[in-house]
Design a protein around this ligand. Structure first.
Ligand code: ASP
Length: 324
């Protein structure tokens, strides 16, 4: 019988609605007490590691979670399921994907409806995540996200709806598999992954979104010794308004690595446009174009790279590589 470790971290999946209809955290996690249907088929161990709404999750907490999973791997568990708030689930999932050895299945899940609401999806998602973690086909696929009968890679999944249970999507590439009759079925392979082990996490890695008429003010505000790196969600295929350029140039001159992704929901940032502020100029200036990741994930990747002390061409290679 497979041994699966369930690590609970909080989020709506662990919360309940009160008499006023507000969704609030519980002292005791209702999902952790549930007898899931897979009882008798799985040896489930539980660790109530955190009880946090996911906007309270930080890279330091993600790092503690990574350390807990490393211990579980050393202890010989067959798979890990993590319950997590959905707001930052994609960031934690990708942090773990980048920093864990790809040896056992690690599956994150959550819920859009709290534990006592009609149509609550928490227990259902939790049960699916356990069966995915116990499936031999789930090995070697990187960290996975299981929600609403779909299986997504941590690398590309994103939360797309504030309240709908069908919120997690993988734009551009689609889900890697589905869950049907409580079993995981895969239809795609994950291409090459590159593990980047870290023993701490740096601070001072920021994310700014470009908008029509943006000027250099926000960039200049980051021009200080606390700033270690910056991700810009550029316009379209990866362009920025011209008024931002002098302040961006200043950051580069102060050796702050800047990564460029697109603010578009679909597609990748590329050197297509040759006008002032276009992707061709930005690449020539020294920005690192990062293909396929959204802003929040590119920030996690830059943060992990910097925490691994990557600099110069190695930092550029690691961050710009679309398939890790
Ligand atoms: N705000 C909640 C959280 O991320 C949303 C959820 O869990 O679905 O903690």
């Amino acid at each position: 019988m497979k041994t699966i470790l369930a690590i609970h971290t909080g989020g709506t999946i662990s919360m309940s609605q009160n008499e006023k209809g507000e969704v609030v955290p519980n002292n005791e996690n209702p999902i952790a007490k549930e007898q899931v249907i897979l009882k008798g088929q799985i040896n489930l161990i539980t660790d109530n590691l955190f009880n946090l709404p996911s906007p309270h999750i930080t890279p330091q907490i993600m790092f503690k979670l990574k350390q807990r999973i490393m211990k579980a791997i050393a202890d010989g568990v067959d798979g890990v399921v993590i319950t997590h708030g959905t707001d930052t689930l994609e960031e934690t999932a990708y942090f773990l994907d980048l920093t864990l050895p790809n040896t056992i299945p690690v599956v994150l899940t959550g819920a859009m409806r709290s534990s006592n609401e009609v149509g609550s999806d928490g227990l259902y998602n939790f049960q699916n995540a356990i069966s995915i973690a116990a499936t031999p086909e789930s090995y070697g696929k990187g960290v996975l996200v299981a929600m609403n009968d779909e299986i997504h890679t941590a690398r590309f999944v994103t939360k797309t709806h504030t309240t709908n249970v069908d919120t997690f999507r993988t734009p551009t590439f689609g889900p890697i598999g589905i869950v049907t009759q409580h079993k995981a079925k895969y239809f795609q392979e994950l291409i090459r992954t590159e593990v980047c082990d870290i023993d701490h996490v740096v601070e001072g890695v920021y994310l700014l979104k470009a908008y029509a008429g943006m000027n250099g003010d926000l960039f200049s505000a980051l021009d200080n010794e606390k700033t270690r790196g910056l991700v810009i969600e550029g316009l379209g295929a990866g362009n920025v308004p011209p008024q931002t350029l002098p302040a961006i140039q200043q950051l580069l001159e102060h050796h702050i690595p800047i990564v460029l992704v697109s603010r578009c929901y679909n597609g990748v940032a590329q050197q297509i446009y040759d006008y002032v502020g276009g992707g061709i100029q930005l690449e020539k200036m020294g920005l690192i174009l990062c293909q396929g990741l959204n802003g929040q994930k590119a920030r996690i990747k830059l943060l992990v790279a910097l925490s691994n002390n990557k600099v110069g061409t190695e930092l550029r290679r690691f961050v710009s590589n679309a398939v890790s």
